[in-house]
Ligand binder design. Structure first.
Ligand SMILES: Nc1ncnc2c1ncn2[C@@H]1O[C@H](COP(=O)(O)OP(=O)(O)OP(=O)(O)O)[C@@H](O)[C@H]1O
Length: 228
């Protein structure tokens, strides 16, 4: 098993953001992390990425208790933009290169071109779609084994969403695992293999969407509404 979360709980003051969540992820799969606003998706991702500590429970990465060495294998893309506005796209690449050992500058350059961006563009002048593409290019230029994308399609127009999804599909293979949190069920239903449904920080169900599709033909939105 690539990732095991056992009885994970996270309190923020008096608020339980993640509640006794036990979940296993396999290598080579694409997971959709689905749940209403405030259900604990971001909190779970941040714990797995090592950015915030669980209050209780444990996370195992390939059988070993999650530690700083695993951080190099896990890429987390936050919802909010995280580049300094004075940078241009070339600077963002250099910043990442300094920060992450596995960052591949050549690959970053290729992805930038592929997504219709250029090194000279200033971060402060980018539209939200361009900003989303830049975040994704920077994230996918690391050769991470576990890629956590927190709402990568939010506020992005249809064409840019397609480009982002295509890039994820090109990247996903048997050696990595993607977890994508999203509210855009129709956009992801054609390629997400498992749905992880959470509510109030609790795991409601993990559904094999491919077999569900074959068995019942129900749409992801129908499955979602049934489970929630
Ligand atoms: N740093 C924090 N301090 C206090 N409470 C927090 C903090 N981060 C999250 N929470 C609370 O924890 C709960 C879970 O939030 P989280 O951001 O994980 O949900 P989410 O499923 O990602 O939501 P959304 O779909 O709106 O992004 C919410 O009630 C939120 O208000």
């Amino acid at each position: 098993m690539m990732l095991e979360c056992k009885d994970l709980t996270k309190w923020y003051g008096g608020k339980k953001a993640v509640d006794d969540l036990t979940l296993y992820l396999e290598k080579g799969k694409i997971y959709g992390l689905l749940g209403e606003n405030g259900s604990g998706k971001t909190t779970w991702m941040k714990m797995v990425a090592g950015l915030t500590k669980p209050s209780r429970g444990e996370i195992l990465y390939e059988g070993e208790k999650l530690n700083y060495r695993h951080r190099a294998k896990i890429a987390y893309m936050a919802t909010e933009p995280f580049f300094y506005s004075f940078m241009n796209i070339g600077d963002v690449g250099e910043y990442y290169e300094d920060f992450f050992e596995d960052f591949d500058g050549k690959r970053y350059a290729e992805l930038i071109v592929k997504l219709g961006l250029s090194r000279e563009m200033k971060v402060k002048d980018l539209s939200s779609g361009m900003g989303a593409k830049l975040k994704l290019a920077a994230t996918l230029s690391r050769k991470a084994e576990l890629v956590l994308l927190d709402e990568p399609l939010n506020g992005i127009d249809y064409k840019a969403r397609e480009e982002i999804i295509n890039l994820v599909l090109e990247e996903a293979d048997e050696n990595n695992t993607f977890v994508i949190s999203t509210h855009l069920l129709e956009e992801v239903e054609s390629f997400v293999e498992y749905g992880i449904f959470i509510r109030d920080g609790k795991l409601l169900e993990k559904v094999n969407l491919e077999s569900e599709r074959m068995k019942t033909g129900r749409s992801l939105a129908d499955i979602y509404l049934d489970i929630m």
